[in-house]
Design a protein around this ligand. Structure first.
Ligand code: NAG
Ligand code: NAG
Ligand code: NAG
Ligand code: NAG
Ligand code: NAG
Ligand code: NAG
Ligand code: NAG
Ligand code: NAG
Length: 812
């Protein structure tokens, strides 16, 4: 009896343990959480084919834990859905995700309090199970009848929409499927932006800030695509569809692409971005993004300044500081900026004027919320703002506008389209009012004397030319000053435009001779939209740019609709003639190397050394001219500024340009100097091989030459890239260096491309060059009868004539 007792309790204990382990069976590995199971700590469930995983995660350096769904094969962890985005838990090990007695899926924290619940309708709890599907959808269903779905995560998206999912609204329940961004990379709580179907009933999607301010529209569904979203549905393997029936109004996406993940994300910065990941690249890249960063309403918060040229997008004006430096460090700018010194406010009007002043800023558009004050002069407008306790800024153009609240949507501009005066403590202003007046005076005097100098020099030049002509001496015209020519003179100098040198996208080029007998090239521009004054200003700026590897602008003509540019004549013409024309004298390696380094230096100068940096946007052999010593001169720079709006149209309609365009051109991303680096890299392959990259006739196994070349390079076979006419004459060290640089330049990700300055250092051997990864060239641009075809890997091929501006510092 006494002996039997322990044996009894032992087996009881055994039974108890067995029972408990049956009840609290932890799951790991399967795709299902069933009634008796729970998930905690680092346990996860994985969809059948292993695409998605669900479990606890902790974003970035955050100490908080969340339940989320992420791609199992993608690293770093990419989360597409978060359950408890607003209620983080602090300890994952003692929390659990399980099906409750009510039949809903719930996350219980360490105190067993409900942190999140699916709030699904009561169902027989013991036959409810949660399953993660290979689409990334988490469903709650009846284990006895698996087609009975009680709840699903696709009905409650967070910031991401993936193929198979939907966005829109359920007409029966009135529920919306909208995307709201993460607050920042470490906090999945919703930010102030939303991507939602138009609540007014139009079949379009809107991006809104604070649920009130619409800053982007997809355009209405036209049965085929959203009208203001070009490029959509060009690829039959990846279809977006819209359904409007008695139950729902939703947009869906379906893809038959294998080994490719696509996700549409409402970004923390308020942009809608489409990302693509492929098994070949193992990296995400942005395929599409809308709208432009600074067009997002209040992206930089109150008083924040948006500037595409600055490193961090947002900054605070003089005298202001970020409200939360910590959030700003995470690129979460929504809290905006605040004054370093509070606005002093007093009824004594005179003291106010003493301690407060205004910061003048050039902006692209005036912030919303202004109030007009009629009948005031500029000075009265300023005083009116100073006298009001609430006034934060004023602007005076044709009339007086004042702002009595936080300023949002301030986008920096370098042109004086709109000027706003932001009120701040006078102590932060660089100068007091009187000094300002003096500065203005100095500027005016400077301008006047500048203009006088230009006229003076012009007169001198003409006189000098005249003298030269009489002396019959051949000397170059005066350097450093851009001369204004009369059209009749140019006509005379070019013998009535009779000797045509070439025809480019911007116009025709004619040969001519100055009275000094110096040879010139005269470019007749078409598609000019700029006003006389703007044109002249740009030309004068361009005329100031002097570098041994940049073509020199001698002068211009601007009469009525006629716009001509006068350049030095380059006797050896353009690089393509020598590279691809087999009848011409081929270039030896030494010359090619000299050309490569020269072009790099010319571009470096444009990007990094002139006052307003210039992106060339159209680097290709046709735009590299050679002087009598085969010294290269980059030509056609600054055209984007000169012809402005039409530039992208000209560029994309020009034959033989598209192969050099960086992927950014069609990805909806801003164009930076790195786009030129890409084109330069593409051109390097052509200089080395003496053949067009697009020429498929030779032995590259029908591969796109740059990709083939990069592979050969990684195999150590540099020689096979070299022009066969050069096999005797070569310098292996230089050749290998050039090929490696080319390979770095054409990296898909612009951050991985070196700057032009670094390229020069690499080419000169100052900096060691490592082997670059073989670029995937996922987005490959080719052209066919005027439309651009771009391919992503071998999967997608579609055309788009979507054009884009070539931005340069002044245009932003
Ligand atoms: C899960 O966490 C425990 C400690 O909490 C650790 O011992 C174990 O190695 C972890 N398992 C995995 C797969 O990370
Ligand atoms: C389940 O129901 C109880 C009472 O009906 C309620 O207090 C609890 O919040 C519910 N749990 C969930 C997860 O909905
Ligand atoms: C589930 O619960 C119901 C009653 O609530 C019971 O009749 C049924 O047998 C249970 N099923 C299982 C599989 O435990
Ligand atoms: C399973 O559920 C579906 C959807 O609720 C229902 O239409 C179907 O009749 C159910 N099947 C059975 C066998 O109960
Ligand atoms: C944000 O929206 C709320 C109401 O939805 C409104 O009261 C508030 O004024 C808005 N904020 C701004 C700055 O417009
Ligand atoms: C789009 O959805 C409609 C029904 O809403 C359907 O009739 C049509 O076939 C679908 N189109 C495609 C391309 O799937
Ligand atoms: C500015 O005013 C706010 C309240 O209006 C106050 O909390 C803050 O301390 C003031 N800051 C300074 C620098 O005076
Ligand atoms: C300050 O200005 C307001 C309006 O411009 C005026 O009504 C008020 O009398 C002035 N106060 C003083 C002390 O001058």
């Amino acid at each position: 009896m006494f002996l039997a007792m322990p044996r009894f309790s032992c087996s009881l204990l055994f039974l108890l343990v067995l029972f408990v382990s049956l009840i609290v069976q932890h799951c790991s590995g399967g795709d299902t959480i069933s009634w008796s199971q729970s998930l905690n700590g680092n346990q996860t469930i994985v969809s059948k084919e292993g695409h998605f995983e669900l479990g606890f995660f902790s974003p970035g350096n955050s100490k908080n834990f969340y339940i989320g769904i992420w791609y199992r094969k993608v690293s770093p962890q990419t989360v597409i859905w978060v359950a408890n985005r607003e209620v983080p838990i602090s300890n994952a090990a003692s929390s659990e995700l399980k099906i409750t007695e009510n039949g809903s899926l719930a996350l219980l924290d360490h105190k067993k309090a409900i942190a999140w619940s699916s709030k699904s309708v009561l169902h027989q709890a013991n036959s409810t199970e949660a399953v993660i599907l290979d689409t990334g959808n988490l469903i709650l269903r009846d284990s006895l009848n698996s087609s009975r779905i009680i709840w699903q995560s696709f009905d409650h998206p967070t910031d991401t929409w993936v193929p198979g999912g939907w966005l829109g609204m359920n007409k029966i329940t009135g529920e919306y499927q909208s995307l709201t961004p993460w607050k920042n990379s470490e906090d999945p709580a919703p930010g102030p932006f939303i991507d939602t179907i138009d609540p007014s009933g139009l079949n379009q999607f809107l991006l809104m800030w604070n649920g009130t301010e619409v800053y982007w529209r997809s355009g209405v569904w036209n049965g085929y695509r959203f009208s203001e979203t070009p490029g959509m549905n060009r690829n039959p393997n990846y279809i977006t569809n819209f359904t409007d029936d008695h139950k729902k109004r939703v947009v869906t996406q379906a893809t038959s692409l294998k080994d490719v993940y696509i996700r549409n994300v409402m970004d923390t910065s308020g942009q809608n971005k489409q990302w693509l990941w492929t098994i070949e690249t193992h990296a995400w890249m942005v395929v599409w993004s809308q709208p432009a960063p600074c067009d997002v309403y209040s992206v930089c918060g109150p008083f924040g300044i948006c500037d595409l040229n600055s490193k961090t997008l947002c900054s605070c004006p003089l005298g202001f500081k970020p409200v939360s430096a910590m959030e700003w460090d995470l690129n979460d700018w929504n809290s905006g900026c605040t004054r370093k010194t509070n606005q002093s406010c007093s009824n004594d009007n005179s003291t106010v004027a003493e301690t407060e002043g205004f910061l003048e800023m050039y902006i692209t558009r005036l912030p919303p919320g202004s109030q007009p004050l009629t009948g005031l002069t500029a000075e009265e407008c300023k005083q009116a703002c100073l006298k009001s306790c609430y006034c934060t800024a004023y602007s005076y153009d044709s009339g007086c506008l004042i702002w009595n609240a936080d300023l949002r949507n301030i986008e920096q501009s370098s042109s004086q389209v709109n000027i706003i005066y932001i009120r701040l403590a006078a102590s932060y202003l660089p100068s007091k009012g009187n000094e300002r007046k003096n500065i203005e005076l100095i500027i005016i005097i400077g301008l006047c004397s500048g203009i006088a100098a230009v006229f003076g020099i012009t007169a001198v030049v003409f006189r000098w030319m005249f003298l030269r002509r009489r002396q019959h001496k051949t000397k170059e015209p005066v350097g450093g000053t851009c001369v204004r020519f009369k059209h009749s003179d140019l006509r005379h100098m070019t013998k009535n435009f009779s000797n045509k040198l070439g025809q480019g996208g911007f116009g025709s080029v004619f040969r001519g001779t100055l009275p000094s007998l110096t040879d010139i090239a005269v470019k007749q521009l078409n598609s000019i939209t700029r006003q006389d004054q703007d044109f002249q200003n740009e030309v004068i700026t361009l005329g100031r740019i002097q570098h041994i590897n940049l073509i020199r602008l001698l002068g211009f003509c601007c009469e009525g609709t006629k716009r001509l540019l006068v350049y030095d004549y380059m006797p050896n013409g353009s690089l393509d003639r020598h590279l691809f024309n087999r009848n011409g004298i081929g270039l030896d390696w030494k010359t090619r190397y000299q050309i490569i380094v020269g072009v790099a230096k010319g571009l470096e100068y444009l990007h990094e050394k002139c006052r307003d940096y210039i992106i060339h946007c159209d680097v290709k052999p046709e735009n590299i001219l050679l002087d009598s010593d085969f010294c290269p001169k980059v030509s056609d720079f600054g055209m984007a500024k000169l012809i402005h709006r039409d530039f992208s149209r000209v560029l994309t309609s020009m034959r033989g340009t598209v192969g050099y365009l960086a992927p950014e051109w069609i990805l909806g991303q801003p164009i930076t100097p790195k786009a030129d680096v890409y084109s330069f890299g593409m051109m390097l392959f052509e200089v080395v091989s003496g053949r067009r990259n697009t020429d498929q006739s030779q032995s590259t196994n029908n591969n796109y030459f740059p990709v083939w070349a990069a592979r050969k390079l990684n195999e150590g076979d540099v020689l096979s890239l070299l022009d066969e006419n050069l096999t005797q004459d070569r310098n292996m060290e230089e050749l290998s260096r050039v090929c490696k640089v080319a390979c770095w330049c054409i990296q898909e990700n612009e951050a991985e491309r070196p700057s032009m300055g670094v390229v020069v250092l690499m080419l000169e051997g100052v900096v060691e060059v490592n082997l670059a990864p073989v670029p995937s060239l996922l987005l490959q641009l080719t052209e066919d009868q005027g439309s651009i075809i771009y391919q992503m890997g071998s999967h997608i091929a579609y055309t788009s004539m979507e054009t884009k501006q070539c931005f340069s510092a002044d245009d932003m």
